[in-house]
Design a protein around this ligand. Structure first.
Ligand SMILES: [Zn+2]
Length: 310
């Protein structure tokens, strides 16, 4: 039995951890600033892995990275957060350097896999994981398998079209659920309404955050409340579509925006009930928050590597 190395590549930091067989507690852990827009990110990553390399044998390296990527070839396609990595063959470079197999998938899929194996989704076979922060990402477990798809690009739940005439999404297309319900989309709506003359305790500012809007909503600000109602409404439409496709037994919500609680989830649940094709989808459906927090990507990378070597 050998050790597993898990890697979580984020915009601000790279985390690397070493796990003994059957354990989810790392025996070594390293955080390095990713400086994602500066050259040399691959070398910073490789050095971080070297710095935790254990004395015993290593079976595999698992990696969670922002996408889009191809998990089957281990190639980062063109991730906007890391401009240096265009069609970058990450797993083959790491396998060559460290002489062990390496496996890669996108961070939202990995968080969903981790929540299923070790977190809020334990014991379920049909899981839809949705992370809402600067974007909206998804991970889907269906019949006890991680859904990856033909191109390895399945479960991009944030880029489901809800209104083809809707706002421009982070990806450049119009009306995806991310363009209504992500943190920046909620802030953009508030800013537009302020510019149109809506009264509010909030002021138009470049870095207006969903957390600031949530604070205003809790103090009764009507515009802030309506911004979350709108985000929840469109999220409910999207999730009604996910129910029709995947018929999950549990919906798990991660990401910073999910932390606002009822402000988003009350209108979300009302919208979900309204737009679900059949009420039977909702019978015994668990709707819950993610359990693993910041460790989800790392633990998903661990689960992926173990899945591949056993
Ligand atoms: Zn999109």
């Amino acid at each position: 039995m050998s050790h597993t190395i898990a890697v979580d590549i984020g915009g601000t930091q790279i985390r690397v951890a070493v796990y003994e067989p059957d354990s989810v507690k790392p025996i070594a852990h390293q955080r390095t600033r990713s400086l994602a827009t500066e050259p040399g990110i691959y070398n910073r990553l490789a050095q971080a892995i070297e710095s935790v390399w254990p004395k015993g044998t290593v079976g595999a390296i698992g990696i969670a990275s922002p996408g889009p990527l191809d998990p089957y070839t281990g190639t980062i396609l063109a991730t906007p957060n890391i401009p240096e990595w265009q069609n970058f063959p990450l797993t083959s470079k790491l396998s060559e350097r460290f002489s062990v197999p390496a496996y890669l998938d996108n961070d939202a899929n990995m968080a969903g896999l981790a929540e299923w194996q070790f977190g809020a989704g334990k014991g379920h076979q049909d899981v839809v994981y949705i992370t809402i922060s600067t974007g909206i990402g998804g991970g889907v477990i269906t019949n006890g398998c991680l859904l990856q798809g033909f191109h390895g690009m399945g479960a991009e739940l944030g880029h489901m079209t809800i209104d083809p005439d809707g706002p421009v999404c982070g990806c450049g297309h119009r009306g995806h659920v991310e363009s209504f319900s992500s943190g920046p989309s909620i802030a953009r709506f508030v800013t537009e309404q302020l510019k149109a003359g809506q009264k509010s305790s909030l002021h138009a500012q470049p870095n207006l955050s969903a957390a600031q809007i949530a604070d205003a909503a809790r103090e009764g600000d009507a515009l802030a409340i309506s911004a979350f109602e709108r985000a929840g409404h469109y999220l409910g439409i999207a999730v009604a579509n996910y129910l029709a496709i995947f018929d999950p037994s549990i919906l798990i919500f991660g990401g910073g925006v999910s932390q606002v609680g009822d402000l988003l989830f009350k209108p979300f649940e009302a919208s979900l009930r309204k737009h679900t094709f059949h009420p039977h989808y909702l019978d015994n459906l668990v709707i819950t928050k993610a359990a693993l927090g910041d460790d989800a990507g790392l633990l998903g990378a661990l689960a992926l590597a173990r899945m591949k070597v056993t």
